[in-house]
Design a protein around this ligand. Structure first.
Ligand code: TXA
Ligand code: MG
Length: 321
């Protein structure tokens, strides 16, 4: 493929997955569905392709990327696995868990993809389209969430196409329908002595602790996971958390949760199911993020299980830029 096509939406059938794999191998970018959020993928062994990710996302270049793999053998080439990682991969891969591991020296992995760190974040996604694409491309795929830096992560192909339509650096958006988890993966750093939770996400901390025992929590927000910027998940209008249904200010839109809410409000989960709320979160924030609105008022979300990750996202979305 000499000339790469401008950004366009394509159904995730076998013909387009093959085309997407050719684009990746030719150094282009493809947005693809995973069970968590859509990723903006490049061949992780191609620095120039990886550089295009930063350009396309307008992302600070020091942010390292997650490397997606088709199977563990593919990761042996560039990452050091140990007893702990083996327990975690057996329990949770493929799935919404990203592991930060020591990076192997001398591998073909782009240095830019890991932003010069001696660690690497690795994930095996549990989505048939992501898996087919990884198999067809036969290279590890570096992919951040497929959104402009500082905006909400995309959980539908249309979200990606809406931001990048006509882009010359992103060449294709594979439409695999809405993401079922709807929150980014949980990131656990096991490259050091103490396993540490760097980012709460689609896999609950409790589930991980049931397998390997207590996780430390990363207190220093900026150094270990540089992508965890305070204003990372921000809509363009103000967002307030823990607002009861009768406390909404004039002009604000309510993002409801649970049964005790006005029926006409958008509701993350009328049944108060946190998995359903997580899957709806970004799409609903987007829907309410309109210039005509004074802000988004979000009802209280219980701080347990996936609620921790939802509240983490909401806190970032409510931080002033
Ligand atoms: O669910 C997900 O994780 C999605 C899908 C596409 O896989 N990806 C995603 O990527 O959310 P991104 O780039 O938006 O977030 C990756 C996070 C960033 O906060 C980054 O700083 C952190 O992972 N990260 C990557 N490599 C790291 C490393 N070696 N050490 C610590 N943090 C790392
Ligand atoms: Mg992101």
């Amino acid at each position: 493929m000499n000339k790469l096509p401008p950004c366009h939406l394509a159904p995730a059938d076998s013909i387009h997955i093959e085309q997407a794999a050719s684009i990746l191998k030719a150094g282009g970018l493809v947005a693809f569905p995973t069970e968590t959020v859509y990723g903006l993928g490049a061949d992780a062994t191609n620095d120039q392709a990886v550089a295009k990710i930063f350009e396309t996302k307008q992302r600070p270049a020091f942010n390292p990327l997650i490397i997606h793999i088709k199977n563990i053998e593919q990761a042996f080439e560039f990452a050091e696995f140990n007893d702990l990682s083996n327990q975690l991969t057996t329990a949770f891969w493929p799935g919404a868990l990203t592991l930060v591991l020591r990076r192997k020296k001398g591998s073909k992995l782009s240095l830019l993809a890991t932003a010069g760190l001696d660690t690497v974040a690795v994930r095996m996604p549990n989505h048939p389209v992501a898996q087919s694409l990884l198999a067809a491309a036969n290279v590890p795929i570096a992919a951040p969430s497929a959104n402009l830096s500082g905006t909400i992560s995309p959980t539908q192909a249309g979200h990606v196409d809406g931001q990048f339509s006509g882009s010359l650096t992103l060449n294709m958006v594979l439409d695999g329908g809405p993401c079922t988890v709807g929150l980014e993966s949980t990131i656990v750093d096991i490259s050091g002595k103490i396993p540490t939770l760097l980012r709460p996400g689609g896999l609950a901390k409790e589930d991980i602790e049931a397998v390997i025992g207590p996780l430390a929590i990363n207190a220093s927000e900026d150094i270990i996971a540089p992508g965890q910027l305070k204003s990372h998940y921000a809509p363009s209008i103000p967002l307030r958390m823990n607002v009861k249904a009768d406390e909404v200010k004039p002009g604000e839109s309510l993002l409801a949760f649970g049964a005790n809410a006005p029926t006409k409000a958008l509701n993350l989960a009328t049944t108060a199911n946190l998995i359903e709320a997580a899957a709806n979160l970004f799409a609903m924030m987007r829907t309410l993020d309109t210039p005509g609105s004074a802000g988004i008022a979000v009802m209280p979300i219980p701080n347990e299980g996936l609620g921790v990750a939802i509240n983490d996202r909401l806190k970032r979305a409510s931080a002033t830029k």
